[in-house]
Design a protein around this ligand. Structure first.
Ligand code: ATP
Length: 190
């Protein structure tokens, strides 16, 4: 199967995340999207949870809730079994070894593509795995000619929402109602 790895903190997961995954499936670019919930993003500040913050298992639980009715989207805790911080090249290499029957690719937003050269072993990722880049408001997508064969721009609807806004109590209509319920029940964020 063709599987796109869609990594992130998902702190919490919102409609921008889920609709992107659905778009990849609807456009038949891949057969499944594996949503990799990252224990810790190497490029984000250390995410030691404070009293109102979500733990890794909260973030996973909310991702499961948001994706439970979306066929083809698989929520994965694979990175929790890998060394922290979880580097994407390690994840992709381990996945390829453990699931040799699948072809893995990577899906990232234009925001992440702009700083992709800062990723650990970016060249190795680029040479070994196709990359889908989708548009994010405010970020141009510049693909060097030498990477044109490996990197594909995906046209997706733009959702103007971020997890930061949700954590600040904004745009809560942009999350699955049961995720909002989870946030309230577990006294997360706001
Ligand atoms: P934060 O606000 O905490 O930085 P975020 O909303 O950007 O979080 P992440 O978990 O960091 O979410 O993102 C995971 C992936 O989802 C990234 O590749 C990011 O580009 C993408 N993403 C974030 N927001 C959206 C959105 N509104 N639409 C589509 N993709 C998004």
């Amino acid at each position: 199967m063709r599987i796109a790895i869609y990594g992130g903190s998902f702190n919490p997961i919102h409609n921008g995340h889920t609709s992107l995954a659905q778009t990849l499936l609807q456009q038949n670019l891949v057969d499944e999207v594996w949503l990799m919930v990252s224990p810790q993003n190497p490029l984000k500040a250390s995410q030691q949870p404070g009293i109102c913050d979500a733990t890794y298992s909260d973030r996973l639980a909310m991702a499961h809730i948001a994706c439970r009715d979306i066929e083809g989207v698989v929520v994965s805790d694979f990175e929790s079994h890998l060394p922290i911080p979880s580097y994407t090249i390690t994840t992709l290499t381990e996945l390829s070894q453990q699931f040799p029957q699948h072809q893995f690719s990577l899906v990232i937003g234009a925001d992440n593509w702009q700083r992709f050269d800062r990723w650990y072993k970016a060249d190795e990722i680029l040479h070994n795995y196709p990359i889908f880049v989708y548009r994010r408001p405010g970020y141009d997508i510049d693909i060097p000619e030498c990477s044109l064969l490996r990197v594909k721009i995906v046209e997706t609807p733009l959702y103007d929402v971020s997890s930061t806004e949700i954590r600040n109590g904004l745009k809560t209509d942009q999350i699955h109602p049961d995720v909002l319920e989870y946030i309230k029940t577990h006294h997360l964020y706001f």
